[in-house]
Design a protein around this ligand. Structure first.
Ligand SMILES: *Cc1c(COP(=O)(O)O)cnc(C)c1O
Length: 412
């Protein structure tokens, strides 16, 4: 039987100190109104929620009425075409979620056991798992400290004759510095597969994420910038990758005859119902990006003079879409640490989420990466968390969050 990987904090040495405390329970509460001696009800501000404000419902009704609710139907192609156009590429391959988009994209490269794929240690575990599903070996690099993204110099140092792909992850909606990675790909014949699950609409030097490498993978999970409930997409300009991905997505049925298979394929299809929601979403991408950038600018303006907080960076060459508005807390300067701040915010009805726990600190990958250290990712894991970040966040909600952060700060 399957046994869970065992790892206890006391076996982790120094690294135990970066592992976050359990999530605090968030409850709606009654805040005093000082001048009246009364209390006003303060509902929970969730860390994220979808915004279904366009044609989503109309398109879903159309799909149901047409009786095309499974994985054939016109919304799938429309969604693929419109999303690919939004990324300025020719092909979109819709699939069941972001994790399988990664698996599918890597599978088109024909990875073999022993092949290496370079990924950042600071990512969501699906990036590493997709490499593992292919039987290949994830190789980890740290982030650079300025923009919290995969460090291209460290990637160069990790390339070996077995390196087949690099997977830059645009963390929290900020693009990775892609040009040095693309140059490495050219020089060594290595594929660049973007993990753009958090970066719908983001730009690198004026070019959209999703069209920067050989292929890119998006997620449409409920908390992503665009959502289909569950869903994913590969975007690419490479016709061969697109054709293989469409084929592998659908059990690799052959063109010669039905029930005739020349590859081990998958059922990673998206349904027409999900694509109907997706089409309604992608029509709103530009306005969603504007709203997220305005929300982030307002947060950063209000938080400017709070001691010990770092607000999310944006490179001169980047358009950050702020999938999550992430901050780091310097315990000395702010007065309490990240975990204590999160507890105090939860008591005030404000839901937050800690940054990723790096791959080299995961129980399931501990043996594989034992002894490797990545100081930037470790510091982000210890000090970082994100504030409520929904597209639909109001100015009033942002003000309530920032008021709470100021009120909690012992050094203000
Ligand atoms: C969300 C996410 C994924 C996985 O997407 P799912 O749709 O949840 O499978 C992969 N990589 C990153 C960086 C993500 O944030």
């Amino acid at each position: 039987m399957l046994q869970p990987a065992q790892l206890f904090l006391d076996e982790m040495g120094e690294l135990a100190a970066i592992i976050p405390a359990k999530d605090p329970v968030v409850r709606a509460y009654y805040a005093p109104i000082p001048s009246f001696g009364e209390k006003s009800h303060q509902p929970i501000i969730p860390v994220c929620e979808p915004l279904l404000s366009g044609n989503e419902l109309a398109y879903v009704q159309e799909a149901v009425k047409s009786n095309w609710i499974s994985s054939a139907g016109s919304f799938i192609q429309s969604f693929e075409e419109q999303f690919a156009a939004a990324c300025a590429v020719r092909y979109g391959v819709a699939c069941a979620n972001g994790t399988v988009a990664l698996h599918l994209a890597l599978a088109t490269l024909g990875l073999q056991p022993g092949d290496e794929v370079i990924i950042p240690t600071f990512t969501m575990i699906a990036t590493a798992n997709a490499v593992t599903y292919c039987g290949a070996t994830p190789v980890l690099v740290d982030n650079e400290p300025a923009y919290w993204q995969m460090d291209p110099e460290q990637v160069a140092a990790k390339i070996t004759p077995r390196t087949k792909a690099i997977v830059p992850v645009h963390i929290y909606g900020h693009p990775v510095d892609m040009d040095p990675l693309l140059a490495l790909g050219q020089k060594h014949g290595i594929y660049i597969i973007e993990d753009a699950a958090e970066a719908h609409g983001a730009e690198y030097k004026g070019r959209r994420t999703g069209g920067l490498g050989d292929a890119a993978c998006f997620s449409f999970y409920g908390n992503k910038i665009l959502t289909t409930g569950e869903g994913g997409m590969i975007t690419t300009d490479n016709e061969e990758i697109a054709r293989l991905a469409w084929n592998l997505r659908d059990h690799a049925f052959s063109n010669e005859r039905h029930f005739w298979h020349r590859f081990i394929g998958f059922n990673y299809r998206m349904t027409n119902l999900q694509a109907a929601v997706g089409l309604g979403q992608v029509e709103q991408l530009e306005s969603f990006v504007k709203m997220r950038r305005a929300n982030a600018a307002y947060y950063s303006q209000l938080l400017r003079d709070v001691p010990g907080l770092t607000t999310p960076p944006e490179a001169a060459w980047a358009k950050n879409v702020f999938w999550m508005y992430g901050i780091t807390v310097d315990e000395q300067a702010y007065g309490i640490n990240r975990d204590a701040l999160r507890v105090a915010l939860a008591e005030r009805g404000i839901e937050t989420r800690t940054f990723f726990i790096p791959m080299h600190c995961q129980p399931v990958y501990w043996q594989q990466f034992k002894g490797q250290r990545f100081p930037v990712a470790e510091r982000l894991c210890r000090d970082g968390f994100y504030l409520p970040s929904a597209t639909s966040l109001t100015k009033k909600q942002i003000e309530r969050v920032v008021d709470a952060i100021r009120e909690i700060c012992p050094n203000l």
